[in-house]
Ligand binder design. Structure first.
Ligand code: TYM
Length: 340
């Protein structure tokens, strides 16, 4: 492994998810699903972004539980720890170190313009802390430490990857080519899965069940219930048409169906021609149940083996630190710190 990293024979991919809530169908279709199939082609690094999670107040026991569950779910989604470096962000101290340095190269105005900062500040008006504000510098550090070529994310994270470019360009402009500028890699279908009950809002893991989210670990009964009560519109027949503006609820269901089956919107319209929502909604529900069933069963099995999970995250942190430290040394030297 050490030799592989040194030679960098493959292009590199990196991404992470905050364990701030249980993983949803949105996290899966927008992100993890696109990571899984890549390990033959790319040198992949995926992590649990627990440092980011505490920008919103967390219950410590829940955070610990979710971090481990998330690791088990990554593996159950097909990320083989032998072929992918899976790690916990807080166990690789270089993230916090580079995050601080990059804070000094991120401008107040740039950080203030981030949509996620504005949204989260509105939702957590009593806790608009410094971490929430400087979140994008830490995310830039997460990325730049590993010099990846691609960062696979959903639509909502694109702005952060763009700011990462701005920061990296500024730093490189002063000190020479220290950081590689990675491309965001956003899926064509599934980059923005909406809530089933409010299709104008993103399906989010930090909301409760009533907000129309489906979790990776939900039982088939819960999933079917959520899809049956999904908001559509008042059309009754021949209503399965893709129109994001006029029919956001149906279009969201079609996106989910398309992402799970690989069928195009035209094929789906044809399949359900003449049908009402009474037939379409349960059909989407069943497809999701079958997509998630093997993941849920495998994750439950892996969760029971705590020793295995520990061996995975320890080895992951070791491999990640090896790569991260190389970048960190270079950065510290460039900015004028005495080597450690
Ligand atoms: P997070 O934890 O909010 O989301 C994790 C990933 O899932 C995608 N996603 C969605 N995609 C489609 N539809 C949805 N409803 C949906 N909800 C979430 C997100 O776009 C994301 O790709 N800041 C990041 C975590 C992070 C990170 C990084 C990512 C920290 N450092 C470095 C990449 C590289 C976040 O909060 O994602």
């Amino acid at each position: 492994m050490t030799e592989e990293i040194r030679e960098q024979p493959k292009k590199r991919m990196l991404s992470g998810i905050k364990p701030s809530g249980d993983l949803t169908l949105g996290s899966y279709l927008g992100a993890i699903r696109n990571w899984g199939a890549r390990s033959e082609e790319f040198d992949c690094f995926y992590f649990m972004a627990d440092l980011h999670a505490i920008t919103v107040r967390q219950n410590p026991a829940d955070l610990r539980r979710r971090t481990l569950e998330q690791l088990a779910q990554y593996i159950a989604c097909g990320l083989d720890p032998e072929k992918n470096t899976l790690f916990i962000q807080s166990q690789v101290p270089q993230h916090a170190e580079l995050g601080w340095v990059l804070n000094c190269y991120a401008m107040f105005g740039e950080l203030s313009r981030m949509t996620q900062f504005k949204d989260k500040s509105a939702k957590n008006a009593d806790n608009i802390n410094g971490g929430l504000f400087t979140y994008p510098s830490l995310m830039a550090a997460d990325i730049l430490l590993y010099q990846p070529d691609y960062v696979p994310v959903g639509e909502d994270q694109k702005q952060h990857v763009e700011l990462c470019h701005t920061i990296a360009r500024r730093f490189n402009g002063i000190y020479g080519d220290v950081f590689k500028l990675p491309e965001p890699y956003v899926p064509k279908v599934g980059a923005r899965i909406m809530s089933l009950t409010n299709p104008t809002a993103k399906m989010s893991k930090s909301e409760n069940e009533d907000t129309g989210r489906v979790l990776l670990m939900d039982t088939p009964e819960t999933i079917m219930r959520q899809f049956k009560r999904a908001i559509t519109d008042s059309d009754t027949e021949n209503c399965v048409h893709y129109d994001k503006e006029k029919k956001p609820g149906v279009s969201n269901l079609m996106t989910i169906y398309s992402a799970c089956t690989g069928k195009s919107y035209a094929e789906i319209e044809q399949e359900f021609a003449g049908c009402g929502y009474g037939k379409f909604k349960p059909a989407v529900g069943e497809t999701v149940v079958e997509t998630l069933r093997p993941i849920r069963e495998e994750a439950q099995r892996i969760m029971k083996d705590k020793a295995y999970l520990e061996s995975v995250y320890k080895e992951g942190a070791r491999r990640a630190s090896f790569v991260a430290e190389k970048t960190m040394r270079k950065v510290y030297k460039k900015v004028g710190f005495i080597g450690r």
